[in-house]
Design a protein. Structure first.
Length: 73
């Protein structure tokens, strides 16, 4: 998990939300949908991204809540 933001990952039959680089889960949920909601709330507050991993552990989706950079010009 090297990408900054919140990661939704499978964990012992449940779903964990982990901050990138952290060894401990921020929260643990019964369903992936619950974990995604929790991760999204954190990412919106911190203006980061949510990385949603599939049951195989691979990233299957990414949602950004970071502020868009100002257009150059």
């Amino acid at each position: 998990m090297s990408r900054k933001g919140q990661h939704v990952i499978p964990s012992a039959g449940k779903w964990s939300v982990k901050k990138a680089g952290s060894s401990r889960a921020t929260s643990i949920h019964a369903t992936q949908a619950e974990a995604i909601r929790a991760a999204t709330e954190i990412a919106r507050n911190q203006k980061t991204e949510v990385y949603i991993h599939g049951a195989d552990g691979r990233i299957r989706e990414r949602n950004s809540y970071a502020e868009a950079p100002y257009p150059k010009g």
